[in-house]
Design a protein. Structure first.
Lengths: 241, 241
DNA sequence: CGTAATCTTGAGTCCAATCAACCAATGTGG
DNA sequence: CCACATTGGTTGATTGGACTCAAGATTACG
């Protein structure tokens, strides 16, 4: 049974088989949770770290007038706040966008990984820095691109991220999002998302139907969005650094 | 001479006088740089870490069509990529918004801080996590709020951040930004920023003139923006954790 | 003091929001 | 097994916030 966290970290660092085994072991405490429930709520002080093994989750905030903004998608292999215990309380919530399989990891295990396994520590650092870079790119996306390119850009990012954990099938992937959820992510209304999706479909770029996204020509989609993958930092470092 | 990094980290962790002295020492290698120059460019692989001692900088990206998005402000006490050397190359640039005073810190010094000074390591972790939280809040800001509240919200954030490093004078602070730069930050055109600034001024909320922002009534401004400061994580943790 | 940068104003346009239905699929219970 | 409710997707008409273009007023500064 492949472990998505191992797959993800391996894209950056060659993990020893011992490190890989360590990850397998700490992610064996599996739970299941239903779509629509919250893994963590704003104001919580979580005592454990969650690893998303299967399914989709998101970080989000709800404003006083009820509007919601999703700030990040969590995909298989993603950790929820591997250092959350440094802060006093959560400043946002983490909700499940689909039924999900989750591993609970104790704080001690995470600290052990950081202090006793340099390769893992480096890889977890890398993961945090990629999260930072991804948030910055989302700001660019929402701040500068129109709805059409904004949504298309997000689709490319998700495709790349899922591919690194082996969850794409050519240009096809599971995406359990409603158009309303896409809207909450991109700062758009569901109605407008709908119209844009129709244009993307008509242009032969993507179709999203019953939880599956199909990208007939990923190269063309990347051209349309001027996608620069550098912010995902998937290229290995040079040796010796 | 107060050190803004010490001030910033002290807001989270009680630093020993020895830790404080260590920061003083590693930030003694001071340089001066002119407004408009880049500290780091996209594609660079920086070998040192920069500490902004005085002045303003920003993280930004330029799109293929020339539009620019600023994703973060760097204020006195902020470090540029204290772990940048984990990644292969910069995915964005850091430019100076004002003349600035900068300390260059070698990679070794930073690593030493992480490995030999637990309190400092924790404080630097905290700083990174606050950067993450701030990026998330900017996504909410740009994604959900209209221009008026968006700009006002950003002003409150800057006021709080500068206050923690002792650089506010009541409701007044130095803000060396043009309206065009505010626009690049908030995903707005300079023309629209101008009109919004006039409304903010007319409403008695803020005035920005010749590099100085004046907030007559910070409480009222926070009410208007529904400002929730939790994402800045300025409250001390409970003891014993 | 003159030039460039910044700020300001006005008119017209457009992208996306709003409001309000309607349709299609799904699923559930009687 | 079908009536009906719910959710998600679609459509149309209208409104509005922000952009564009273009020019003029101010301010900063060498």
């Amino acid at each position: 049974m492949p472990n998505p966290l191992v797959a993800k970290l391996s894209s950056f660092e060659d993990l020893s088989s011992d490190d890989a085994r360590f990850i397998y072991e700490i992610s064996s405490n599996i739970h299941f949770a239903k779509a629509g429930t919250d893994l963590i709520k704003e104001g919580d002080r979580p005592e454990v770290v969650y690893l998303l093994v299967d399914g989709w989750a998101c970080r989000y905030k709800v404003l006083s007038d009820g509007r919601r903004q999703i700030m990040a998608y969590l995909l298989p292999g993603d950790l929820c706040d591997s250092h959350g215990f440094i802060l006093k309380e959560m400043d946002h919530s983490i909700g499940l966008l689909s039924d999900a399989k989750i591993a609970r990891i104790s704080r001690e295990k995470v600290l052990a990984a950081f202090s006793e396994r340099p390769a893992l520590a480096r890889a977890l650092w890398w993961s945090t820095l990629v999260d930072l870079a991804t948030l910055r790119e989302w700001i660019v996306n929402i701040g500068q691109r129109d709805a059409y390119h904004r949504i298309a850009h997000m689709f490319v990012e998700v495709w790349i991220r899922l591919r690194t954990v082996g969850l794409t099938d050519g240009g096809s992937l599971e995406m359990p999002l409603t158009q309303a959820e896409v809207g909450d992510t991109m700062g758009l209304t569901p109605v407008h998302v709908n119209r844009v999706m129709q244009r993307l479909r008509a242009d032969g770029l993507v179709t999203l139907r019953s939880g599956r996204l199909v990208i007939p020509d990923i190269k063309r989609l990347m051209d349309v969005t001027h996608f620069e993958a550098n912010y995902l930092h998937l290229d290995r470092r040079e040796p010796g650094t």
